[in-house]
Every structure is written in structure tokens, then in C-alpha cells.
Design a binder for this molecule. Structure first.
Ligand code: UD1
Ligand code: CA
Length: 475
């Protein structure tokens, strides 16, 4: 009974779709990278918008690409649909390229790809408002409305039209309420009237903003929804505005995590991406960068100058001045300073790794040590292993990479080279300064270095001779 009521309610909810306009070059960025791929908190602007739309319930999202479309499409692959706009004749022309949505019913939100700080709640509000109207424009009042399109209202307060800055009269330029570039439409009407847009304006472009008048002439209901927070809808047209969008988003992300219990010594110098997650009692020091799907569990501290991208960090671990990408560090570890883990490393519980240590594709067992100046690549290391100072796995022969295995309890002395492929057995020892080229069986010791010879009195003789020479040359 309850199930059937729910399905009736759902049936009345109009389908939610979205079109993201992302075909423009972004001339004012002075960049070879399409504007919408410039990043805010480590994520391309357009990807942030696509994700926010999906969180707001959009079932189909079509991104309109043009300039640098291969780059945009490869970055967003699997996250949305695409439509190609070539050439780019304006926002009104762009929206009409999303032909796969023509004939759909429901409500379509259209959003410029350069408003990265837009919130899920705002998209939700737009979808809902459009249930009562045929077109909704999201607006905001700005003290300095710059070159944004102006909202012209009728005497009764309803929307009359949007005038682009370049087409504004002097009087219209004084209007403070602007078009955010974010709209909702009854989908069928969008495609019917989209075809009527003309390019008779200052820029000879097809303006999506002309739809206000076209809808009104056809007797449809156009509404403006004004929002309070101008930061949410700030457009990014150059690098100054990109930095402002980054500041807005950073503040939003950091404040939200501080309210959930994360301690930040200086939130203005803490950089967290939107997909990062935290447990309880995490402490972040300044100049910490956390990006991608990084997650940090309870009681862990990240000390200054650390960069983590797709890093899974366990509980009660300390990371100091280190770089960790696409790797996992488990509980109760002490990492750094100056440690670099990359390409799928797994560092198990209770480990001590760093200073100046690089691991690439290494599985490092429980309670092992690698405390100084070491490179391990393509290696499996057991538990309770000690890797001395300056150990190198020599994993590359100029063409291929080879694997190194170091079993439980082994001791690898300082300044050793392990020429892969090679296996160091359980409780085996590699004497300091050795170069291991063949496997070391369990419990054995490998020594491969020239035996030492002491020349009686020769040290003193040698030094005195050299010091004398130096003194004579100074005369
Ligand atoms: C647009 C609005 C303006 C509004 C402002 C808000 C129009 C005509 N004007 O102006 O009223 O105040 O946004 O930020 O819409 N794009 C395409 N294809 C094109 C042209 C643009 O996909 O042919 C995309 C761009 O990649 C960009 C978005 O549409 O993401 C907006 O284009 P932009 O040139 O920045 O428009 P504005 O001049 O800012
Ligand atoms: Ca813009």
C-alpha cells in the first residue's frame, strides 16, 4: 500500500535534466586549456557543476563542448553526455546542440560552465520553481554589476527581458540585478522557442537570454528567482575571478569540515578538494593539500607541507611534509618528513617510513622500518623488516621493471643495492654496502663487498704529506 503511494508521488515529479554550456574558449583566461577545465579546489569547474547537478537530482546531464572538446570530453568521460557545438555562435546556439534532450518532457536546468560555486540547494530550488513556471532565471543583485547581463523588470515587478551589457542603454547599465547564467525551462518549450532565437545584437551571437522575451510573447510564465549570496554565482572569466572562486569554495569546504570536528591550525592555508572525507579528531597544519578521493581516519595528524591526492590514511597516523598519491597508509604509522608514496603503495599498520624515502608500487608489511634515504619500487616487504639507510631496489634495466621480495624479519643493511628480480628470505641479512644480485635463502647472510685491508701507519703519513703540499703552495 505504502509502496504504491510512493510510486504515485514519484510519477508526478517531472523528470530533471540539465545542459551545461562549456563550448567557449574563455579568451580572457589567455590559456590553451578550455576555460571550464581550469580548477577550483583541485577539480575542473565543469566537473564540479556536473556533480552538483546530479546531486540535485538531474537524471541526464548534457555538456555542450566546442573549443578543446577532446580535452573536456576525456576529463568528463562516464560522468555525463556530450553535444558538440561547432562553430560557437553564442549561448542560445549552444543550448540547441543538446539535441538528445529534444522531445523529453520534464524540466531542464541550463547552466554556464563557468559558475563553479553553485550549490546543490540552489539547483533544487530552480527545479522546484519551474514546476510553477515555464522559465525561471536565477538572478542576484551586485554592488558592481560589471559586464553581466542586466535584468529589466516590468512596473509590476515581473521580468521583462535580459539585456546584455554590450547592448545596454546608459540607464540599463545602472541596473544592479544581473543574470547569473543559470536557468530552468519546461524542456519542450525550450526546444520550441530556442529555434526562434536570432543574432541581431551587438555581438551577432545567438543569446539564450532572448528566450525571456520569446517565452513571454508566446504567453508563457517567466519568473526570476533572486538569490542572496553573490559568491555562489560568481562567473569565472579570467584568472583573478578564478582565484576568487577558489577562495569562496575553499572557505565553504573548510568551514563545513571544521563544523564537523576537523581541526585546522590555519584554514586560510589549508587546501581541501570537494571529494575528501575525514574521521574524528583529525588535525591539519598549514600548507596541507588534500585532493582527489583522499580520506583520513580518526586521530590522524597531517603536518605542514604535505600533498595528498587519492590517499587513504588510517587512524592515529602522523604524516609530516610528505607527498602521497594513489596510495594507502594504515593505522599508527609515522611517515616523513620528506616521504613520497606513489602508484598503489600499501603501507600497513605501525610503520615508520622517512626521512627522504620514496616508495613506488610497494606493499610494506606491519611494523617494519625504513627510516632514511631509500628508494623501494615494485616490491613486497614483509612484517618486522628493517631497511637500513640508503637502500635501493634496482628495479629498472632501461627497458623493463622487475620485482623485489623482502620476507618477514629480514634485515637489509645500509647502502645496499638489491638488483631485481631478487628475493631476500625470512630473517635473512644483507650486509651493509652489499649489492645483492641473487636470492638470499631464509636465515642466510649475503655479503658482497671487497674485504677490507688496513695499511699500518699509512693514514698519518698520507695526511701529513698532503698538508705539507698545501702549506707550500700558499707561500
Ligand atoms: C552570459 C550571459 C549573461 C550573464 C553571464 C553570467 C548570454 C548571452 N549572456 O554572458 O547575461 O550575465 O553569462 O555569467 O548568455 N558558451 C558556449 N557556446 C558559445 C558561447 C558560450 O558553450 O557559443 C558557454 C561558455 O563556455 C561559458 C558559458 O557559455 O561557459 C557563458 O559564456 P560567456 O561567453 O562567458 O558568457 P557571458 O558573456 O559571461
Ligand atoms: Ca561568463
Amino acid at each position: 500500500m505504502i509502496d504504491s503511494i510512493i510510486s504515485i508521488v514519484e510519477a508526478y515529479e517531472p523528470m530533471r535534466n540539465a545542459i551545461v554550456l562549456a563550448a567557449g574558449k574563455g579568451t580572457r583566461m589567455h590559456s590553451d586549456v578550455p576555460k571550464v577545465l581550469h580548477e577550483v579546489c583541485g577539480v575542473p569547474m565543469v566537473e564540479l557543476i556536473v556533480n552538483t547537478l546530479k546531486q540535485a537530482g538531474a537524471e541526464r546531464v548534457v555538456t555542450v563542448t566546442g573549443f578543446g572538446h577532446e580535452m573536456v570530453e576525456s576529463r568528463l568521460e562516464g560522468q555525463c553526455e556530450f553535444a558538440l557545438q561547432e562553430p560557437q555562435l553564442g549561448t542560445g546556439h549552444a543550448v540547441m546542440q543538446a539535441k538528445q534532450l529534444e522531445g523529453e518532457s520534464g524540466i531542464t536546468v541550463v547552466v554556464n560552465g563557468d559558475v563553479p560555486c553553485i550549490r546543490q540547494e540552489t539547483f533544487e530550488k530552480l527545479f522546484l520553481s519551474c514546476e510553477e513556471a515555464d522559465m525561471v532565471v536565477l538572478t542576484v543583485k551586485l554592488e558592481d554589476p560589471k559586464a553581466y547581463g542586466r535584468i529589466v523588470r516590468e512596473k509590476d515587478g515581473s521580468v521583462q527581458k535580459i539585456v546584455e551589457y554590450k547592448d545596454c542603454s546608459e540607464e540599463e547599465k545602472t541596473i544592479k540585478e544581473i543574470n547569473t547564467g543559470i536557468y530552468a525551462f519546461k524542456n519542450e518549450l525550450l526546444f520550441t522557442h530556442g529555434k526562434e532565437i536570432k543574432n541581431d545584437n551587438a555581438q551577432q551571437e545567438y543569446y539564450i537570454t532572448d528566450l525571456v522575451e520569446l517565452f513571454k510573447q508566446a504567453g508563457h510564465v517567466v519568473q526570476a528567482v533572486e538569490i542572496e549570496d553573490p559568491f555562489e554565482v560568481q562567473g569565472v572569466n579570467d584568472n583573478v575571478e578564478l582565484a576568487k572562486a577558489n577562495a569562496t569554495m575553499r572557505k565553504r569546504i573548510n568551514e563545513s569540515w571544521m563544523r564537523k570536528g576537523v581541526t585546522m591550525v590555519n584554514p586560510d592555508a589549508t587546501y581541501i578538494g570537494p571529494y575528501v572525507t575525514f574521521g574524528k579528531d583529525v588535525v591539519l597544519h598549514p600548507n596541507v593539500y588534500l585532493y582527489g578521493k583522499t580520506s583520513i581516519k580518526d586521530g590522524t595528524t597531517i603536518l605542514p607541507q604535505s600533498y595528498l591526492d587519492n590517499a587513504i590514511i588510517g587512524s592515529r597516523t602522523i604524516i609530516n611534509a610528505s607527498e602521497i598519491t594513489d596510495s594507502e597508509v594504515k593505522d599508527d604509522c609515522k611517515i616523513g618528513p620528506y616521504t613520497h608514496f606513489r602508484n598503489g603503495c600499501i603501507v600497513e599498520d605501525k610503520n615508520r617510513v622517512g626521512n627522504f624515502v620514496e616508495f613506488k608500487n610497494v606493499h610494506f608489511g606491519v611494523d617494519s622500518r625504513c627510516a632514511h634515504l631509500t628508494y623501494l619500487g615494485d616490491s613486497d616487504v614483509g612484517s618486522k623488516v628493517n631497511i637500513g639507510c640508503g637502500v635501493i631496489t634496482v628495479n629498472y634495466d632501461g627497458a623493463n621493471k622487475y620485482h623485489t621480495t623482502i620476507k618477514d624479519g629480514a634485515f637489509v643493511g645500509s647502502n645496499s643495492n638489491l638488483i631485481a628480480p631478487v628475493t631476500i628470505g625470512e630473517n635473512a641479512v644483507v650486509a651493509a654496502g652489499s649489492t645483492a644480485t641473487i636470492d638470499v635463502p631464509d636465515g642466510d647472510m649475503a655479503i658482497s663487498r671487497v674485504r677490507q685491508e688496513n695499511k699500518e701507519g699509512y693514514g698519518k703519513f698520507y695526511l701529513e704529506r698532503n698538508r705539507k703540499k698545501k702549506a707550500e703552495s700558499k707561500k
